[in-house]
Design a protein around this ligand. Structure first.
Ligand code: FAD
Ligand code: NDP
Length: 311
C-alpha cells in the first residue's frame, strides 16, 4: 500500500511530489501517457516560452521548465510511472487507483490532473496555434508579436472579458467576438469591458477561419444575424471559450461544481472525501497559472502530511 499517490504531472503534481517526498512519504506519481491528449508534464509542454514563472529572468521554455520540475521530483525520491489513471475507488479506505493493468491501494490521493482549454477547431487553427492563436492572454499577451496589433478575443464569459481587458495594455484595439447578443459574464465585468474605449464588441459573431502562412494575419468572421461573412486583419486570436477539467476518471465520486471542477473547501485543497486532495487547474477555474498550480500543490502536500499524522 502506498502512503500517497499523485495523479497528474503539471506544476501542481510535481510540487506536491517534491514536498511529500521530502517529508519521507515516498510518493508515487502517475504522470499519464497522453492523458486527455496532453503529454506528461501538462499544459506547459505545449507552449513556447514562460516569462512569468519566478526564477527564470530570461524566460524558459515550457518543456524545459517541466523537465526540471520532473527531475527535481525524482531527485527528492518520487517514483514516477508513465501510465494514465483510468479509474479510482474512493468509497472505502484504503482508496484504490486503477492505472493500466495495475490496481494500487493508497492511504491518500492527490489529484492534479489539470484542465484543457477548449478550442474552436476552425480551419487554419492547427497550423497557426501559438503562431498568433493562443488560449491564454495572461500568459502570451505581452509577447512582442501581439504589441500594437488588433487582437480578437472569442467568448463572452468572465474569462473573455478579463482577457480582453488584459490585452488592452498591449493591443492597439481589442475586438470581442461574441456569438450571441449578450455577454455571459458578470455585470461588474461587463461594465468594465463596455467602459473601455479600446474594446469593441462584435455581437452575433462567430470566428470561422484563421488565415496566414507562418503566422496569423487575418480571421474570417460570420455574423449569424445578418448571415454576412467578412475578413479582418488581426495580429492575434485568443480563445476564451471555457476549459474542460480532467475529471472524467473520477466517475462522480467527488463533489464537482457545475462546470466539472473539483470542489475544495475554501482556503484548502481538501475535497469532499477526507484523505483526497486536489490542486492546480482541476480545482481552479479562476487563476489557472503555473505558479498558482504549484502553490496549491504545496498546500496539498502539507495537508496530506497533516492528514497522515492525524490518522
Ligand atoms: P496541467 O498542466 O494541466 O497538467 C496536468 C496533466 O496531468 C495533464 O496534462 C496530463 O498530462 C496529466 N493527467 C491528466 N489526467 C490524468 C490521468 N487520468 N492520469 C494520469 N495523468 C493525468 N501559465 C503560466 O503561469 N505562464 C504561462 O506562460 C502559461 N502559458 C500557457 C500556455 C498555454 C498554451 C496553456 C494551455 C497554458 C498556459 N499556462 C501558463 C497555464 C498553465 O499551463 C496551467 O495553469 C498549469 O499548467 C496548470 O498546472 P496543473 O498542475 O494544474 O496541470
Ligand atoms: P464560460 O463557460 O462562463 O463562458 C464561455 C464563453 O465562451 C461563453 O460566452 C460562451 O458563449 C462562449 N463560447 C463557448 N463555446 C463557444 C464557441 N464554440 N464559439 C464561440 N463562443 C463560445 O467560461 P469562462 O472561462 O468565461 O468562465 C468559467 C467560470 O469561471 C465561470 O463561472 C466564470 O464566472 C468564472 N470566472 C470568474 C472570473 C472572475 O470572477 N473574475 C474570471 C474568470 C472566470 P455563450 O454565452 O453563448 O454560451
Amino acid at each position: 500500500m502506498e502512503k500517497v499517490i499523485i495523479i497528474g504531472s503539471g506544476p501542481a503534481a510535481h510540487t506536491a511530489a517534491i514536498y511529500t517526498a521530502r517529508a519521507n512519504l515516498k510518493p508515487v506519481m502517475y504522470e499519464g501517457l497522453m492523458a486527455g491528449g496532453m503529454p506528461a508534464g501538462g499544459q506547459l509542454t505545449v507552449t513556447n516560452d514562460i516569462e512569468n514563472f519566478p526564477g527564470f529572468p530570461d524566460g524558459i521554455s515550457g518543456q524545459s521548465l517541466m523537465s526540471l520540475m520532473r527531475q527535481q521530483a525524482l531527485n527528492c525520491g518520487t517514483t514516477i510511472k508513465t501510465v494514465t489513471v483510468n479509474k479510482v475507488a474512493l468509497n472505502e479506505k484504503p482508496f484504490k487507483v486503477f492505472a493500466g493493468m495495475e490496481e494500487i491501494q493508497a492511504e491518500t490521493i492527490i489529484i492534479a490532473t489539470g484542465a484543457t482549454a477548449k478550442r474552436l477547431s476552425i480551419s487554419g487553427e492547427a497550423h497557426l496555434w501559438q503562431k498568433g492563436i493562443s488560449a491564454c492572454a495572461v500568459c502570451d499577451g505581452a509577447l512582442p508579436i501581439f504589441r500594437d496589433q488588433i487582437l480578437v478575443v472569442v467568448g463572452g464569459g468572465d474569462t473573455a472579458c478579463e482577457e480582453a481587458l488584459h490585452l488592452t495594455k498591449y493591443a492597439s484595439k481589442v475586438i470581442m467576438a461574441v456569438r450571441r447578443d449578450v455577454l455571459r459574464a458578470s455585470q461588474a465585468m461587463q461594465n468594465k469591458v463596455k467602459k473601455n474605449a479600446k474594446i469593441e464588441i462584435y455581437w452575433n459573431t462567430n470566428v470561422t477561419e484563421a488565415l496566414g502562412e507562418t503566422k496569423l494575419k487575418q480571421v474570417k468572421i460570420f455574423n449569424n444575424r445578418t448571415e454576412k461573412n467578412s475578413v479582418i486583419d488581426v495580429g492575434g486570436l485568443f480563445y476564451a471559450v471555457g476549459h474542460i477539467p480532467n475529471t472524467d476518471f473520477l466517475q462522480g465520486q467527488l463533489k464537482l461544481d457545475e462546470s466539472g471542477y473539483i470542489v475544495t473547501r475554501p482556503g484548502t485543497t481538501q475535497t469532499s472525501i477526507d484523505g483526497v486532495f486536489a490542486c492546480g487547474d482541476v480545482q481552479d477555474k479562476h487563476y489557472r497559472q503555473a505558479i498558482t498550480a504549484a502553490g496549491t500543490g504545496c498546500m496539498a502536500a502539507l495537508e496530506t502530511e497533516n492528514y497522515l499524522d492525524r490518522e
